[in-house]
Design a protein around this ligand. Structure first.
Ligand code: PMP
Length: 470
């Protein structure tokens, strides 16, 4: 079979057999699917040999680009020992070494930052226990279940409800959806979801309270406090995406907001869960987003970048204090009855271990500074475009909000697919990006060279202009 026949066959088979996530399949079936066959550095290649800049890090996971030799080698080496064995009542060397490494990194990142801590008022302790799972959503499910059972195990009844934010996104499993706050994704499932208290999103461009920062004095935190105050002893934990609500529209929180959330959680004895699935491992310019406001959560979820974008892996980190609440006699049933088939997968852990070693060796964080500046200068420029209402970024995570009318902030209709039209235009010019409604997301691999970053930004700007001003 020739290469073109083989490509046609793949396209037909894809349409025949695959149901793609977050994709309207009617449209997919009418279009020519883009099928990726190879990756190098920050580029991905389709089956016709066309190369594209990977502008969203293969859905926010990639750090060093594709085919990073050290990570390739680590996986090959591990596969010669064993690909998988369970972590349920058994252990494996890569999972152990990675847990040690993660705890070291977390403690280094958070040392000296443990002033405001410990929701339950117990002895201060660091995030030092690692619970493995497979992806962001499961790391969140684990965090919610641990927080819930923590109170039960301590003999404290009544803390049965979670608090979260409007516009929050924590994954697609039912627990994660329950604490989510994006109607388009989550509303359908409402009858299935558990009760939560929702505080306002810190979305300054479209403030729910109709106020302006800094004159508002962070009134959204007052609303959160009202919820905490009105429901004493009811809330198990507050879950938050620190510094930026990513899937909600790259909504960056104003200075002081995250710290305020930590203070409120401590004041009302509520556990704080930081969902760093998107922000962890350098995306925001620091190892973890919580570092921007010097706060330490009680529970932290990590995934995506942990393996450099190679394999599915996630962890939920907790303090000793929380871990200790699960210790007891076999008969006491304080055990955390949760675990997945591939939890602590040795191949994924080997990839992650190498990924984290490289973080230090290649001084990833130090090298981000210049690139964040390029991105920020570009964002200032595109804010002048006729249909760009707002630009937001923290580190190498950025969003450009397209609006029909800049004066009134009138958004484009969801059905107009304006973000997608810009993304398709960019694709024709060698850049792969995936928008969130009317928000253009820019999140390249952290290793992107300044030249490639400039090229990525040029194509996106040209595409925004061409599509919105035509
Ligand atoms: N939490 C956050 C903050 C996320 O951005 C995501 C995914 N975009 C998730 C959780 C869910 O991760 P996954 O898709 O790996 O389940």
């Amino acid at each position: 079979m020739g290469i073109f026949e083989e490509n046609r066959r793949l396209e037909e088979l894809d349409k025949k057999c695959i149901w793609h996530p977050f994709t309207q399949m009617k449209e997919w079936l009418e279009e020519k699917p883009m099928i990726i066959s190879e990756g190098r550095d920050c580029f991905i290649k389709d089956i016709y040999g066309r190369w594209y800049l990977d502008g969203v890090s293969s859905l926010w996971v990639n750090i060093y680009g594709h085919r990073k030799k050290e990570i390739d080698d680590a996986i090959k080496e591990q596969i010669d020992s064993i690909a998988h064995s369970t972590l349920l009542g058994l252990s494996n060397a890569p999972a152990i070494k990675l847990a040690e490494k993660l705890v070291q990194i977390v403690q280094r990142s958070f040392s000296l930052k443990s002033e405001i801590r410990s929701a339950s008022g117990g002895p201060k302790s660091e995030l030092c226990k690692v619970f493995y799972s497979d992806d962001g959503s499961t790391s969140v499910e684990v965090a919610l279940k641990i927080a819930f059972q923590y109170w039960k195990n301590k003999g404290i009844d009544g803390r049965n409800i979670f608090a979260s934010l409007n516009n929050a996104y924590h994954g697609d499993t039912i627990g994660a959806v329950s604490v989510g706050g994006i109607d388009i994704f989550h509303k359908t499932f409402e009858p299935l979801l558990f009760k939560t208290y929702k505080a306002p999103s810190p979305y300054c461009y479209r403030c729910e309270l109709g106020m302006d920062y800094p004159g508002c004095n962070l009134a959204c935190l007052d609303k959160m406090e009202e919820i905490f105050k009105a429901n004493p002893g009811e809330i198990a934990a507050m879950i938050i995406e620190p510094m930026i609500q990513a899937a909600g529209g790259m909504i960056t929180s104003p200075p002081g907001y995250l710290k305020g959330v930590r203070e409120l959680c401590t004041k009302y004895g509520i556990l704080m869960i930081a969902d760093e699935v998107a922000t962890g491992f350098g995306r925001t310019g620091k190892m973890f987003a919580c570092e921007h406001e010097n706060i330490v959560p009680d529970i932290m979820c990590l995934s995506k970048g942990i393996t450099g974008g190679y394999m599915p892996l996630a962890v939920t980190l907790t303090t000793d204090e929380i871990f200790n609440a699960f210790l007891g006699e076999f008969k006491d049933l304080k055990t955390f009855f949760h675990g997945h088939s591939y939890t602590g997968n040795p191949l994924a852990c080997a990839a992650a271990l190498t990924c984290l070693d490289l973080f230090e060796k290649e001084e990833v964080l130090k090298n981000l500074n210049g690139k964040s500046k390029i991105l920020e200068a570009w964002l200032k420029e595109v804010l002048n475009l006729r249909h760009v209402g707002d630009v937001r970024n923290i580190g190498l995570m950025a969003g450009v909000e397209l609006v029909r009318d800049k004066e009134t902030k009138e958004p484009y209709d969801w059905a107009e697919k304006m973000g997608w039209r810009v993304a398709y235009h960019a694709r024709e010019n060698g850049v792969f990006i995936r928008p969130l409604g009317n928000i253009m997301v820019i999140m390249p691999p952290l290793s992107i060279s300044p030249e490639n970053l400039n090229q990525l930004l040029k194509v996106i700007k040209d595409s925004i202009t061409a599509v919105t001003e035509s």
